[in-house]
Design a binder for this molecule. Structure first.
Ligand code: LLP
Length: 413
């Protein structure tokens, strides 16, 4: 969806320099077709079994993007009352919404129950008690799965490993069967499944398979005790290609490997986030100034760590390309691409060999659709940036750029 035509970078049939001129920078730009294609890949991989593909909306919770996914049949994986609210507004069927998270509040549980979401992925015994009690007050039964920590350690950044012993997530592996026996005795709980999510940006299938096999052992044990587990919720986590040369397994490969671990009568839930929206969104920025310092070049852009925190927080790599193709004979120099925020950690790329583009030119920080806008903030009192959706030749503003008044909107004194 991203290609150069006659020297200009396009997303679908729209020239990115035109987007920059019309909507200003810094701006997130998304390709609708890429989102649809990514989702379709999951759908095709699921055809052999029954189940749901629930978009992990923490990745990107922009209403227009959620609506695209709701319209093509996705479910949603949510992590807060706010996400459930956004998903309902975007048109997701509540019977396709799952809700995980270690710290669900009473208000959030009540909100989820009243809106009849499909299931809670329960992460502690105390949370189970809370859900049972709240469901009793509402005179309904809550569908639950336990999120079980399978104790596997996939190869990814330590901050985004969740299935490893010692992380805060899920019921501990040793307590999993006991949790199901406890839930069986609760009057307002209806057990429907089991859930595991081992981490994010994982590029090897092996860890998923090891986790699935460990979960299968729990399923067998639980079913021996007369408790039926209909749904296997395998979480998200499949990585995307950020850097040249990275090999990325397909959803089909992941899903077929997981299917082979479980019995044929099981239904499945997958919760992809990054692999649906990651390569469908990019951050468009303008070079404000250039300078040489300490032996290297700095491109100072209008995209800061408040707009895209991944490089700062996880040392994440996003390829950066000028939106005008640069002549091969233009000199390339070692450069840091930084933002205007007052921290040395404010960079979107370091030590990149980049052509010396001119002041005022635009750069694209690629594959920033996942955990980009969703993790943006107003740090340094920088108003939240704009978001634009491209659909073939059409460009739509889906979130307008915030202004100075928005910064103080909720201040009461
Ligand atoms: N399901 C659960 C329960 C999750 O916690 C997550 C992500 C997902 C699904 C989706 O995982 P994905 O398919 O996107 O890998 N901010 C970090 C990533 C945090 C991941 C949090 N959980 C980043 O920018 O890399």
């Amino acid at each position: 969806m991203l290609e150069f035509r006659k020297g200009d970078l396009y997303i679908e049939n729209v020239k990115l320099s035109d987007v920059a001129k019309e909507y200003g920078t810094s701006t997130y730009v998304y390709s609708k077709q890429q989102i649809v294609n990514n989702f379709e890949n999951y759908k095709k991989a699921m055809t052999l079994r029954d189940g749901l593909i629930c978009f992990a909306c923490k990745t990107n919770s922009s209403g227009a993007i959620l609506k695209i996914l709701a319209d093509i049949g996705a479910g949603a994986d949510t992590t807060s009352g706010g996400e459930i609210y956004r998903c309902l507004k975007a048109g997701f069927n509540p019977s396709k919404i799952v809700y995980a998270g270690v710290g669900k509040t009473v208000e959030e549980i009540e909100y989820a129950l009243k809106n009849k979401i499909f299931m809670f992925n329960v992460e502690s015994f105390e949370e189970l008690d809370a859900i049972d009690k709240i469901a009793a007050n509402l005179k309904i039964k809550a569908n639950i799965a336990f999120r079980v920590n399978p104790y596997v350690n996939p190869d990814t950044h330590s901050y985004i490993v969740t299935g490893k012993k010692g992380t805060k997530f899920g019921i501990s592996y040793e307590d999993a069967v006991k949790a199901y026996l406890t839930a069986k005795r609760k009057k307002n709980i209806n057990i429907v499944g089991i859930h595991f999510h081992i981490g994010s940006q994982i590029l090897e299938i092996e860890s998923f398979v090891v986790a699935a096999k460990k979960i299968k052992k729990i399923v067998d044990e639980v079913e021996k005790n007369g408790i039926r587990i209909s749904y296997i919720d395998c979480g998200g986590g499949l990585g995307i290609k950020y850097e040249k040369g990275e090999k990325v397994p397909s959803p089909k490969c992941l899903i077929s490997e997981i299917f082979s671990v479980f019995d044929k009568d099981k239904k499945f839930i997958f919760e992809p986030g990054r692999s649906i929206i990651g390569n469908a969104g990019h951050l468009l920025a303008k070079v404000l100034y250039r300078k040489m310092s300490g032996g290297k070049n700095f491109f100072i852009t209008d995209a800061g760590m408040n707009d895209l925190i991944r490089p700062t927080l996880y040392n994440a790599y996003h390829e950066i390309i000028p939106v005008k193709k640069i002549n091969a004979n233009v000199k390339k120099v070692r450069s840091d691409v930084v933002g205007p925020v007052c921290e040395s950690g404010d960079f979107v790329g370091r030590n990149r060999i980049l052509p010396i583009v001119k002041q005022g030119e635009y750069l694209l920080i690629t594959c920033a659709g996942a955990y980009g806008a969703a993790m943006s903030s107003e740090y340094n009192s920088r108003p939240l940036l704009a978001e634009v959706l491209i659909d073939d030749k059409q460009t739509k503003l889906i979130r307008k750029r915030a202004n100075y008044k928005d910064l103080i909107l909720n201040e009461v004194l």
